[in-house]
Design a protein around this ligand. Structure first.
Ligand code: KIV
Length: 304
């Protein structure tokens, strides 16, 4: 049974939860930080049992579980439902809710209001927002409200159109310097950690050495303080073309498809359910039932 309180109070870490300060200490000890996405309670529980330090309820959910072509359509209400489920399953890891497109871009007030919803209504420990520049004031405002913020630079999928598609960022000296400035600015604004997505390993390594907050890489090389992968990508559950940075650790999609096909065969060939899956009743009760069912069949007809 979960030891996590049913309604975690914001700013009160649940028993057994990784303390937020531990992440900076892990960076100082050069102990890699493990983050993975999850979108439901079993996912949160399995990520916890698998040893994740951080679970990200990514807006990648729009693609992986909701069937959209990009992360942009994810809504606050959808992300709240998914985050609530994950926080019920993940006890030890910190749960980071990804703020969906439109929930933080308009104003600091909107950003704070929506970040509070993730903490208060869904039990998130922190939120993640994409981008720097105008988003720095959002980070300051949310952190000012007492909610930890994870930054995200490099390939930021919510602005993929502006970035020219889903492709690696920071591959020229000028773009790499902009990225480094953004990373420094996000640290200064108060982020507790920073996702670096699809950028050259050398640039990520430089940012990692310079920053005091941990960097969490996805397609950013081995020198980051931690790594994150998307659940469906790493477990073989997503049909789309995998990015270069994805490593498949299992082919769960194939396992599920085979299991469903075996079930369908069993049902069609009447091999399922078997005796062990079936309820019986005492012989005398069955005899009484049969007798009662055979009485006055015309009344049974009336009752139909
Ligand atoms: O939405 C997501 O899953 C993410 C990760 C790729 C970092 O932002």
């Amino acid at each position: 049974m979960s030891i996590r309180p049913q309604k975690p109070a914001p700013a009160t870490p649940a028993p057994g939860k990784v303390p937020m300060t531990e992440l900076a200490e892990m960076k100082a000890r050069h102990q890699p930080i493990v983050m993975v996405t999850a979108y439901d309670a079993p996912g949160g529980r399995l990520a916890d049992q698998g040893g994740a330090d951080l679970v990200l309820v990514g807006d990648s959910a729009a693609m992986t579980v909701l069937g959209h072509d990009s992360t942009v359509p994810a809504t606050m209400e959808e992300m709240l439902v998914l985050t609530r489920a994950v926080t019920r399953g993940a006890v030890r890891p910190l749960v980071v809710a990804d703020m969906p497109f439109g929930s933080f871009q308009v104003s600091d007030e909107d950003a704070v209001r929506n970040a509070i919803r993730f903490v208060k209504e869904a039990g998130a420990d922190a939120v993640k927002i994409e981008g720097a520049g105008p988003m720095l004031s959002r980070v300051r405002a949310i952190v000012g409200a007492g909610i930890p913020v994870m930054g995200h630079v490099g390939l930021t999928p919510q602005s993929a159109t502006m970035l020219g598609g889903y492709k690696a960022q920071g591959r020229s000296a000028a773009k790499a310097i902009t990225l480094l400035h953004d990373a420094r600015a996000l640290e200064a604004a108060g982020c507790f950690a920073l996702v670096l997505e699809a950028i050259p390993a050398a640039v990520a390594g430089r940012a990692t050495r310079e920053l005091t907050i941990p960097t969490i890489g996805i397609g950013a090389g081995i020198d980051c303080d931690g790594q994150v992968l998307v659940w469906h990508d790493m477990l073989g559950l997503y049909d789309g073309r995998a990015a270069r940075f994805v490593k498949r650790y299992a082919e769960i999609g194939d396992t599920i498809r085979d299991a469903l096909a075996a079930y369908a065969d069993d049902v069609r060939d009447r091999r399922f359910p078997e005796e062990q899956h079936t309820y019986s009743m005492p012989d005398e009760e069955l005899a009484l039932f049969e007798a009662a069912a055979s009485e006055h069949p015309e009344h049974a007809e009336d009752r139909r």
